[in-house]
Design a binder for this molecule. Sequence first.
Ligand code: AMP
Ligand code: TRP
Length: 331
Amino acid sequence: MSKRVLSGIQPTSDSFHLGNYLGAVKQWVALQADHDAFYCIVDLHALTVETDPKLMRQRTLASAAQLLALGLTPDKCTLFVQSQVPQHNQLGWIMECLAGFGEASRMTQFKDKSQKSGADRTVVGLFTYPMLQAADILLYQAHYVPVGEDQRQHIELTRDLAGRFNNRYGQTFQVPDAYIMKEGAKIQDLQEPSAKMSKSSGSGAGVIELMDAPEINIKKIKSAVTDTGREVKFDEKEKAGISNLLTIHSQLSGTLISDLEQRFEGKGYGDFKGEVAEVVVDYFAPIRKRALELLEDESALLKLLAEGAEKARAVASETISQTYKNLGLVQ
Ligand code: AMP
Ligand code: TRP
């Protein structure tokens, strides 16, 4: 039997960004070829920030369309929406009853996000978010969880919770491994190369949105912040901006970073940025077009997601039955 993979992405914006693709979705596409892969649009997680119902629906469908355009295929993987599989909530509660308050308080993503919005505007769901994420993963008995570097701590927590449950109540869950690439797992903001590219970043000028028009992305790349030097060389400390652009080029073009350094020897940053822009735009233009086409047929998308949810529920309900049984819950 091929190994299981599960990952999730939040439908919190109209477009995925380059970090989402290189850190996560690119691996999702590769892994579906020889794994039993489940990919989930985690709409319940997205409720941890205030949402507009119209946007929620639109962005969930846009997420599905982008994932398909980026290369997920329903005959190779199971693509579904989290809220259509109620077992996520069922196991989420159990994970909350297993996790320590202190343990959950140490999650850096929670600390960052709650600090940014202040205690009064931080919902309880933001605190329990990682336990729902653990449920997402453990329900499918996943061996691997392909994510970007920022998710490492959540996967570590998931492993701890799975191990704890298995120890107390008998073998129930596969203990998953994070699947994080050496390159591409942390794409930086083009305007602020010391911070990760993120949809919540201030102006958005440093974020490459896959669904944006080519002109917009060309402009963003050409005005990326670099340094006062002139050498195109990979050096994350001294040349964070250039190193980020080298990673982006290399990941999309399949050219080794050392080859790029050689090719741009003696040339200025301008030439280099121009080529990065070209690589990015050429790569994503057909994907954007395809996503827009897919979005035009809403009923086909809904049907595909419903089929995915049905397959997901079949696996998830088995795990829930076993979990309840092991806990002594009378069924
Ligand atoms: P999110 O948009 O927070 O749901 O993230 C979806 C996936 O993209 C997760 O696996 C993240 O780890 C990954 N990701 C988000 N931002 C970046 C980034 N700047 N670089 C690499 N991976 C990222
Ligand atoms: N927390 C993840 C993120 O912000 C999204 C997510 C939810 C997820 N459930 C998951 C990722 C399960 C991997 C597996 O990117």
